[in-house]
Write a protein that binds this ligand. Structure first.
Ligand code: PLP
Length: 319
């Protein structure tokens, strides 16, 4: 209500210093709750932005990665060589985003996962596919790993995938859209082990963090790459604050120019509930999921397909 009532249209810092500054503050708060390394925070060397959806966030980081690599390769004609990687459990939004930034659909590798690995992406299989692409003269660009996939709640092993990404100079993005909120709890934080190897990470407080639609946090280690890719400098928007380069102009961190005061929603949620109550909310959902899993386990009509991850129980009717 506040956000709609104020109707702030904060495209750059000068149009609403309060909306911009509060956004940077809540992104650092949220990042600290998740124990992200300072390389993702404004108080360190990175920074964060609120988007409306994971799809938008992934389009933007893909564009930043694409532009960085095309610059190194010497031109846009090389775009057909760029390859992106994810598992077959990755949300379909990733393929859509890759297509939107001009990656040919034939260069999207959705690596098969299996029951035996809990449907998480195997670093060995990833390496095999990357090596094959390099042999064919292609250029590995981007890896999207997921914490809490949509079909099965699978968690990709970030540390091991991060090492492969580093070795082949891939941009590693972590999509923690749903399950990321859970990682504020100490007992679940280990799912983010290896996050320091990623270039960017996103999660949606509007999924499991008591925040109204729409609200997606995106943190990036090198915001400059995002700005290099997405910035515009029309005369009508020029101002001394932007010229000083001492402020954040969020229009250069997203697709659209105009933007709502989304930070207010997250600020209210964090201030109203506090970390302890937010953890309690997640933990009580997980306790309910455990109870539900036990009930399903006792019922001979059903079988558990994937052991519970976070609050997701994956089961089916027995044949
Ligand atoms: N990634 C994961 C893991 C999801 O669970 C979802 C939503 O279901 C998405 C991405 C898409 O999110 P959005 O609707 O914010 O683009």
């Amino acid at each position: 209500m506040l956000c709609s009532g104020f109707n702030v249209v904060g495209f750059n810092w000068i149009s609403s210093p309060a909306a911009t500054e509060l956004e940077s503050i809540v992104l650092d708060w949220m990042g600290k709750m998740l124990k992200l390394p300072s390389s993702f925070l404004f108080s360190g060397t990175g920074g964060g932005v609120l988007h409306g959806s994971t799809c938008e966030a992934v389009v933007c980081v893909l564009a930043a990665a694409r532009d960085k690599v095309l610059k190194e390769l010497g031109g846009w004609e090389n775009i057909t060589k760029l390859v992106v990687y994810a598992s077959d459990q990755t949300h379909f939004t990733f393929q859509k985003a890759a297509k939107l930034v001009g990656i040919p659909p034939s260069n999207s590798r959705l690596i098969e996962t299996s029951f035996s690995t809990g449907f998480s992406l195997s670093p060995e299989n990833l390496r095999f596919v990357i090596e094959d692409d390099i042999k064919s003269g292609l250029v590995p660009l981007f890896l999207c790993a997921t914490i809490g996939t949509t079909p099965s709640g699978a968690v990709d092993r970030i540390a091991e995938l991060g090492n492969v990404a580093m070795e082949f100079k891939l941009w590693l993005h972590i999509d923690a859209a749903y399950a990321g909120s859970g990682c504020i709890c100490p007992e679940l934080g280990h799912y983010l082990d290896g996050v320091e190897l990623a270039n960017s990470i996103s999660m949606n407080p509007h999924k499991w963090f008591l925040t109204n639609m729409d609200c997606c946090c995106l943190w990036i280690k090198e915001p400059k790459l995002l700005v290099d890719s997405l910035s515009t400098d029309p005369e009508i928007l020029r101002n001394n604050a932007s010229k000083s380069k001492a402020v954040v102009d969020y229009k250069d961190w997203q697709i659209a120019l105009s933007r709502r005061f989304r930070a207010l929603k997250l600020w209210v949620v964090i201030r109203r509930h506090g970390l302890a109550n937010l953890m309690y909310h997640i933990q009580s959902d997980i306790a309910m999921a455990k109870r539900f899993e036990a009930l399903v386990g006792e019922d001979e009509r059903f079988e558990i397909v994937v052991a519970r991850k976070f609050a997701l129980v994956c089961f089916r009717l027995k044949a």
